[in-house]
Structure formats: C-alpha cells, structure tokens
Write a protein that binds this ligand. Structure first.
Ligand code: GLV
Ligand code: MG
Length: 316
C-alpha cells in the first residue's frame, strides 16, 4: 500500500513554487547563499549537479544544511538520483533518516513509469515509520525527462498521493529525443514553431487532472534574464505554476512572471465582486452580468479565482 493522503496534502500541493532554486548538494558555499535568496522553493541536488565521486559526501552535507540552515519561507526539497543508478536508495535513506523532519519533498528525476513513484513512496513510508515521523507527510516531485516518462505521465501523476508536482526536465528530455540543439530551454533552430508546446501541454494536463502543480525546468543561459523571462512567460501563460532558477538573477524574474500583474489581479477581484452581486438576491439572482463591455458568468468566476488565488499568494 502506498501512503494515504496526509491531512495537509491538499494544502501542500498549493505551496508557492514560482521560483524553484537548484543548489548543488556538494557545495556548502552555494547552500549558504541560497538561504538568503527570495526563491519560493529550494532543492538541494544530489543528481546531475553533483559529480559521482562527490555524491556520498554530498548526502551528509545536505542533511547538515537541512537541519542547521535557515530555510524559513521556502519549500525544502532534495533531488535524489534516479532509480536506474546505484545511488537512489542510499540518497533517500541517508537524507530522510537524517533530516526527514526538515524536508518537505523528495524530487525523483527521470521518472519513466508509475512503479518508480510507488517504489519511492514505499521506501519513504518505511523510513517514516522507523523514525517515528508522520507517515505520508513528505511529498514527491516527479521529473519528466524522457520520451517514456512523457508517454506515461498520466499514470505517473496518479501513482501516489504524495505527489505534489510534475516537473519538466528540458535538458535530459532534449537529449533523450535527439532534439537538434545544445541550448537548453531555447527553441531548436530550423523548426520555426514552439517545439515544447506538446510536451508542456501534456505535462500540464496530467498535473491538472490529478490536482498537481506543473513546473517548468531550467534555462541555462543564466546571464540572459530577458531570454529567461520570455521562456518562463510562455509556460506561465499556459498555466504552469513556476520554473526552476539556477542563478540569483533568475529568482526575481520567476517570481514576477509567475505572479499575476496588479492589473490582472484587480480585474479578477472586480469580476468576483460583480459575479457575486449578480447571482445574489439583491442583484436579481442572474447567472451572468456585464462588467463594462465584458460579459461574465460562472466560467469567468472560475478564471478569476485562479488569478486572484495566485495574486493573494504573491501578496498582491
Ligand atoms: C533538468 O534536470 C533537466 O534535465 O533539464
Ligand atoms: Mg535532468
């Protein structure tokens, strides 16, 4: 049996994740600095940002920084290695036994099918029971980074009540499908349209079907903040909840791009007020109304709720 939904799971799936900061688990200087950045989430990486020979020591560095660092206001995540390596179980056991009470989620990269999520869920449950932690509290973030993962993304999204997000990993994904470019996050030359649209939409549909968040992966040209904004803006426009950031310069941009503008927020609040009035006794119990030149109805209310919820979470 996989873990059942913890009492806080629904709220955990709504944690702000506009900016998800990647920090190598093997680099104490970066782990120190990350604590002072305004990212919604930080993930301490034991996977590709850690060289193979550095991984065993990095596990202990990650435990120490989770337990002793000040991560106030941030969702704390550790990315372990994927199940095809020899490292995954030791990553999970060392980090969760050592710092499970100071950890919100485990990110599993290169997920290919539902069984890989189930395996992580079962291992987490055993560790939680052994350590006397609340069973089911630690969430899972599932990274989709190859064709098989994308084909199976719906069963992956449904596999465990622990899962909070589906994350797109463009670098590995581009490599896995032989996309002809080396510039991660940018469009491949020669295609002339958005090469990521299908992938992002498929991930988004699976995430929304199971009430999960959808997170876009990294943009590696870290000095090109305008390029970052453009790519992030596309994912935000589709409905993604956030994006990875690799550099302090990307943090503020991500927080901005994935928050509604003040204008949209104010507009959404007006729609909500106008709809509430028109459906009330005093407003004539109507199902629709005019707000300026715009007709609003129940569907407009739902759209406005999304913007208003994100705006409130962003402190607008
Ligand atoms: C992230 O892990 C990526 O492969 O893009
Ligand atoms: Mg990757």
């Amino acid at each position: 049996m996989t873990a059942s939904l913890s009492p806080t799971a629904a709220a955990d799936r709504l944690r702000p994740r506009r900016s998800c900061l990647a920090v190598p688990g093997s680099n104490p200087r970066f782990l120190e600095k990350a604590q002072g950045l305004a990212a919604d989430q930080v993930f301490l990486d034991l996977e590709d940002a850690c060289a193979p020979l550095a991984k065993p020591e990095a596990r202990h560095t990650v435990v120490k920084f989770l337990n002793e660092g000040d991560w106030t206001g941030k969702t704390r995540v550790v990315r372990v290695n994927d199940w095809t390596t020899e490292w995954t179980y030791r990553d999970v056991v060392t980090v969760v036994e050592g710092a499970g009470q100071n950890l919100d989620c485990v990110m599993l990269p290169k997920v290919q099918d539902a069984q890989q999520i189930t395996a992580l869920d079962l291992l987490l449950t055993q560790i939680e029971k052994t350590m006397g932690f609340e069973v089911g509290r630690i969430g899972i973030e599932a990274q989709i980074e190859n064709a098989k993962g994308l084909v199976n993304v719906e069963e992956i999204a449904a596999a465990s009540p622990r899962t909070e997000t589906i994350v797109f990993g463009p670098a590995d994904f581009m490599a896995s499908i032989n996309m002809r470019t080396l510039v991660v996050g940018e469009q491949p030359p020669g295609y002339g349209a958005d090469a990521y649209h299908y992938i992002l939409m498929k991930i988004l549909m699976a995430a929304r079907t199971y009430d999960l968040q959808a997170i876009d992966g990294p943009y590696l040209q870290i000095r090109n903040v305008d390029g970052f904004r453009e790519v992030a803006g596309r994912a935000a426009a589709l409905g993604f909840d956030g994006k990875w950031v690799l550099h302090p310069g990307q943090v503020e941009a991500a927080n901005e791009v994935f928050s509604p503008s003040q204008e949209d927020y104010d507009h959404a609040e007006l729609i909500l007020d106008a709809y509430e009035y028109c459906t009330s006794e005093a407003g004539g119990k109507k199902g629709s109304a005019m707000l300026g030149d715009e007709m609003i109805d129940e569907a407009s209310r739902k759209m406005a709720l999304v913007i208003s919820g994100k705006g409130r979470a962003a402190g607008l």
